[in-house]
Design a binder for this molecule. Structure first.
Ligand code: ADP
Ligand code: ZN
Length: 526
C-alpha cells in the first residue's frame, strides 16, 4: 500500500497534507469513527476521499447539495478516480449504469443525496454492495444538517441513524464546518459514533484579512472603490432581494461586471448567474445570504457585507467563502447604526403565523445574536480574537491581519474604571443586565434602580464621570479580553470570572483601545 503522502500526490497532485488531514486519513484507514470539524476551505474532502482510495470496497458519501455533489464527482473523475453519484437528477438509464459500475467494483466513492438513502431502491442496493464488493466506510458531509441546533437542519438527515443500525461494523466519518458545541454533541449522539476520534481544527482562517468600515452617506462610492481596487472575483452580501437587484444594476452602470443572486429569481436565471460567476464570466456576485452555501469557488478574493449579518457565526461562514484556496483574501463589513433599525424591524416580524403573537424566544435569541455582531463591529481588539472567542477558541496576541491590528487605536489604562464596573456587577449579585449596571454606576434614579434599593449600594453614582456609551464600550472590551463573562441564554447578564476578580484585587491592569469616535458623544446615526 502506498503511504498517505504518496497517494495524496498520486491522486490529487498535492505535495503535503494540510494541518490535521494526515491524522484523519490514518484513523479512517484504521477504521475509527470520526467527527471532523474544520472551517470551510480547511480541506475536509480529502479526509474521506483519500482513505476511500486506500481501502477495499465502496465508500458511501452522504452530501446534501446536488450541485456540489456533481462538482465533486466531476473533479474526482477528472483525476481518474472511480466516483459516481445517485440523486434525483439521474434518469433511469443513468441510474442503472451507475449501479452496474458500482457492483462491478469500478467505483470507490459513491455520493448519495440523503433523501435517496432511505428510498425503496437504495437499501436493497446497499445490501448488494455489501455482499458483492463491500462497504468500506460511510462519510457524512455537512453533518450539522442532522441537528436542529444547527443553522441548516434537514429532516432527511435524521434517517442516517438507520445506516448505523444496519451496518454497525462499518466505520463512519462525520464532517462539518459548524463550530458550536451543541451541534457537535448532537452529531455524535444521533449517529451513535463509537468512541469517535474528534478532530476540531482551529477556526482561524489565517489568509483572510478582516476589516470593518463605517457605513456613511457615501457608502456606495466607498464600495465601488473597494471593488475597483480588489483583484479577482468577489461577493457582495445585502439583506434584501430588492437591494441586491438595485445594487447589481448600479454596479453594472458603473462598469463593474456584476450579477444578482437571490431566491426570488427564476431558477434558470439564478443557476445561470451562479455558473457565470464560477466560470469567471462575471467578477462580482451581489447576493442575499441564499448564495454561497455549497458553491465551490475556491478563488473568491473578497467578500463584502454591505448590510449587517444576522449573527457572528453567519458572518464567519459568509466571509469564509473568500480565500478557500488559501491565498490572501479580504473580508469587509460595512457597519452603520441605521442598519440596526432594519434588522430590529425584521426581528420584530418574527411572529407565530397562526396567532400573530410574537415568538419571544426567537426574538430574544435573534437580538442577542445581533448584539454580538455589533460588539464585533465596534470592537477595538483584534477582529480574529473576537471571532474566535465567539467559538470558544482563545487566540493569544495580535493576528497582524486585520484592521484593528494594523491600525491600532490609542490605548488607555482603564483599570480603575474596570474595577468600578466589575464591583458594581458583584454588588448587584450578577443578576442584572449591563444597562442596569450602568444606571447604578451613573447614579440614575430610575424606578428599577430604586425598587431594588440599588441607590444604597457603595457603587451607586461612582461612575458619573463617564458616559453610558463609554461604560458599554468598557463592558464589551472586558468581554472580548476574557476579563468578564456573560450568560448566553439570550439575556446577556454579565458574570464575573477568575480574571474579573484579579482585576478587582488589583492584580491585573486593564488596557482599553479607544474607538474612532469620541465616547462622550452620542452614537452617530446612519
Ligand atoms: P472544505 O470542504 O473543508 O470546505 P475542500 O475539501 O473543498 O474544503 O478543500 C478546499 C480547497 O483546498 C480545495 O480547492 C482543495 O482542492 C484544496 N486542498 C485540500 N487539501 C489540500 C492539500 N493537502 N494541499 C493543497 N490543496 C488542498
Ligand atoms: Zn488582528
Amino acid at each position: 500500500m502506498p503511504t498517505p503522502e504518496e497517494a495524496l500526490k498520486f491522486y490529487f497532485g498535492y505535495d503535503a497534507f494540510r494541518p490535521g488531514q494526515r491524522e484523519i486519513v490514518e484513523a479512517a484507514i484504521a477504521q475509527r469513527d470520526q467527527l471532523v470539524i474544520m472551517p470551510t476551505g480547511g480541506g475536509k474532502s480529502i479526509c474521506y476521499q483519500l482513505p476511500a482510495l486506500l481501502m477495499d470496497g465502496v465508500t458511501i458519501v452522504v452530501s446534501p447539495l446536488i450541485a456540489l455533489m456533481q462538482d465533486q464527482v466531476q473533479a474526482l473523475q477528472d483525476n481518474g478516480i472511480g466516483a459516481a453519484f445517485l440523486n434525483s437528477s439521474l434518469g433511469p438509464t443513468e441510474l442503472r449504469s451507475t449501479e452496474q459500475a458500482v457492483l462491478a467494483g469500478q467505483i470507490k466513492l459513491l455520493y448519495v443525496a440523503p433523501e435517496r438513502l432511505m428510498g425503496d431502491r437504495f437499501l436493497p442496493f446497499l445490501e448488494r454492495i455489501d455482499a458483492e464488493v463491500g462497504i468500506a466506510a460511510f462519510a457524512i458531509d455537512e453533518a450539522h444538517c442532522l441537528s436542529e441546533w444547527g443553522h441548516d437542519f434537514r429532516p432527511e438527515y435524521r434517517q442516517l441513524k438507520t445506516l448505523r443500525q444496519r451496518y454497525p461494523a462499518v466505520p463512519m466519518t462525520a464532517l462539518t464546518a459548524t463550530a458550536t458545541h451543541r451541534v457537535q454533541e448532537d452529531i455524535v449522539a444521533q449517529l451513535a459514533l463509537r468512541d469517535p476520534r474528534i478532530h476540531i481544527a482551529s477556526f482561524n482562517r489565517t489568509n483572510l484579512y478582516y476589516e470593518v468600515r463605517p457605513k456613511q452617506r457615501d457608502v456606495y462610492r466607498h464600495l465601488l472603490q473597494l471593488i475597483r481596487q480588489a483583484p479577482g472575483a468577489g461577493i457582495v452580501y445585502c439583506l434584501s432581494r430588492k437591494k441586491v437587484d438595485e445594487l447589481a444594476f448600479r454596479l453594472q452602470q458603473d462598469g463593474i461586471e456584476a450579477l444578482p443572486y437571490h431566491a426570488g429569481l427564476e431558477d434558470e436565471t439564478r443557476a445561470a448567474n451562479q455558473t457565470r460567476f464560477i466560470r469567471d464570466d462575471v467578477r462580482v456576485m451581489v447576493a442575499t445570504v441564499a448564495f454561497g452555501m455549497g458553491i465551490n469557488k475556491p478563488d473568491v478574493r473578497f467578500v463584502i457585507h454591505y448590510d449587517l449579518p444576522r449573527s457572528l457565526e453567519n458572518y464567519y461562514q459568509e466571509a469564509g467563502r473568500a480565500g478557500r484556496d488559501g491565498d490572501p483574501a479580504k473580508c469587509t463589513l460595512f457597519f452603520g447604526y441605521g442598519d440596526l433599525n432594519t434588522v430590529e424591524f425584521l426581528i420584530a416580524q418574527k411572529v407565530d403565523p397562526t396567532t400573530g403573537a410574537p415568538l419571544e424566544d426567537e426574538q430574544r435569541i435573534a437580538r442577542q445574536q445581533l448584539r454580538r455582531v455589533v460588539d464585533y463591529a465596534e470592537g477595538t481588539e483584534c477582529r480574529r480574537k473576537i471571532q474566535l472567542a465567539y467559538f470558544g477558541e482563545s487566540f493569544a496576541g495580535q493576528c497582524g491581519n486585520c484592521d484593528n491590528c494594523l491600525h491600532p487605536r490609542p490605548v488607555e489604562d482603564w483599570t480603575i474604571d474596570a474595577q468600578k464596573l466589575l464591583s458594581c456587577i458583584a454588588r448587584c449579585k450578577e443578576r442584572f443586565g449591563m444597562n442596569h449596571i450602568i444606571d447604578v454606576l451613573r447614579g440614575s434614579r430610575s424606578p428599577k434602580v430604586l425598587q431594588h434599593g440599588h441607590d444604597q449600594l457603595s457603587t451607586y453614582g461612582i461612575g458619573k464621570d463617564r458616559s453610558a456609551e463609554a461604560w458599554k464600550h468598557l463592558g464589551r472590551s472586558l468581554l472580548h479580553q476574557g476579563l468578564m463573562d456573560e450568560t448566553t441564554d439570550g439575556y446577556s447578564i454579565p458574570k464575573l470570572n477568575a480574571q474579573s476578580w484579579e482585576v478587582m484585587r488589583g492584580q491585573r491592569t486593564v488596557m482599553i483601545a479607544l474607538p474612532a469616535r469620541s465616547l462622550d458623544e452620542p452614537a452617530p446615526v446612519g
